[in-house]
Design a protein around this ligand. Structure first.
Ligand code: ATP
Ligand code: MG
Length: 380
């Protein structure tokens, strides 16, 4: 590894230790196939076996995201046995075999030949799901799950029939945020969703052991998402909100291939680096014909408790800039609220636990925009 960006990524990765083995993820050869682009996109494979802690995926992603010069990170968790089988050279042009752990020149992602995609059937419309709305972002940790849970609860309070599908198959945390953890029963060959605050909820978090590794390849992600759409007893919904993992990976692609998505809401923080990522995420939806309904700027400011003055901790103007760039409305500016973290951890969303807070009012504003289909339509 020679170029400075790769060296910085390598250093960051070496700080992540696999608690099971005590070795860092680089020394343990868990990190494979790192590819970087000249504009700071990083993609890597993380080999996790069934005994490894699933949160390593997130830890690795966050470590690389924190590296100077990195704009976007994608971590593909893979099963080591499967990876070894798939890495075997195959005709007609086998790549030269590489002993494990040796370095090599990094391929430039954009220059790599595009993998042949199997032809996919057209998206299926499920009329009982109502409007399917994806909540997405370019970067991780900007507050998608917080926005999705609170907006879902606020919509249910308005009397809408609301479903929430946790499509973050790599790190489902909707169950924690809504305080539900019961396994999903099956009745008449359909999965029965959990219910919290009037919202029907489905998440992989209900189906797998907590902290089990989430190693899902693209086709499996497609299967999970299709099952969540088709094989769940949702009943008749007005709105199905879908909480996405960050970025533009398999889950986003699977969702838009599996069903007709009526619109996407893009969550961003105010700093401009997050906006660049969010723009790429939004463009992906537009490319596949899914309208962006609007932008939610989260963590917009923090109110000085003594003076009441707003402090723009993460910069300002990013959400508005993104909305302008895309020609879509900004649905809300949600301020930082110290109790949001606690509310999420306790499973009592802030719109319920502190409805008077400015953050709650902003989140209800997003729900109001969604509740009025006319408003959503005029967003285009
Ligand atoms: N407005 C806010 N004020 C204070 N804390 C917030 C706010 N929004 C989100 N948070 C906190 O920030 C953290 C990240 O939020 P959240 O999990 O919703 O982001 P995410 O985009 O879904 O992350 P990921 O990409 O990992 O799925 C959480 O601990 C959450 O409680
Ligand atoms: Mg999330």
């Amino acid at each position: 590894m020679t170029d400075p960006l790769t060296q910085r990524i390598d250093r960051a990765l070496r700080s992540i230790v696999n608690p099971r083995t005590g070795a860092d993820v680089v020394s343990a050869e868990m990190v494979r196939d790192i590819a970087t682009t000249t504009d700071g996109k990083v993609r890597l494979t993380l080999l996790l076996d069934a005994r490894d802690d699933a949160t390593l995926v997130r830890a690795v992603r966050h470590a690389v995201e924190g590296v100077d010069g990195v704009a976007e990170v994608r971590v593909d968790p893979k099963d080591p046995a499967e990876f070894a089988a798939r890495s075997r050279p195959a005709p007609p042009m086998p790549p030269p075999p590489r002993p494990p752990g040796t370095s090599r020149a990094l391929p430039v992602m954009d220059a790599a030949p595009a993998p042949a995609r199997p032809t996919v059937p057209p998206p299926v419309v499920y009329p009982n799901l109502g409007r399917v709305i994806a909540v997405s972002s370019g970067k991780g940790g900007v507050g998608k799950s917080t926005v999705t849970t609170n907006v879902a609860v606020a919509l249910a309070r308005r009397g809408l029939r609301v479903g929430l599908m946790d499509a973050d198959v790599y790190g489902p945390n909707i169950p924690r945020m809504l305080g539900v953890d019961a396994p999903l029963p099956v009745a008449n060959e359909k999965i029965v969703p959990n219910e919290a605050f009037g919202v029907k909820v489905v998440s992989l978090g209900f189906l797998i052991e907590r902290d089990q590794p989430a190693i899902w390849r693209g086709p499996i992600v497609m299967k999970i998402i299709t099952q969540f759409l088709r094989d769940v007893e949702w009943g008749q919904l007005d709105v199905l909100l879908v909480d996405m993992p960050p970025g533009t990976g398999d889950a986003q692609l699977s969702l838009v291939q599996a069903t007709q998505v009526h619109g996407a809401i893009i969550v961003t923080t105010p700093q401009l680096v997050a906006v660049g990522d969010a723009l790429r995420g939004a463009r992906m939806f537009e490319r596949v014909g899914v309208p962006v309904l609007g932008i939610v700027e989260n963590m917009s400011w923090f109110e000085n408790p003594e003076t009441g003055t707003p402090i723009p901790i993460f910069g300002s103007g990013g959400g508005d800039e993104l909305a302008r760039e895309l020609g879509v409305p900004i649905l809300a500016h949600v301020p930082l609220h110290p109790r949001i973290v606690q509310a999420g951890d306790e499973g009592n969303p802030i719109v319920r636990s502190d409805p008077g807070a400015a953050a709650s009012k902003a989140l209800v504003q997003v729900a109001d925009a969604i509740a009025t289909p006319a408003g959503a339509a005029s967003a285009r």
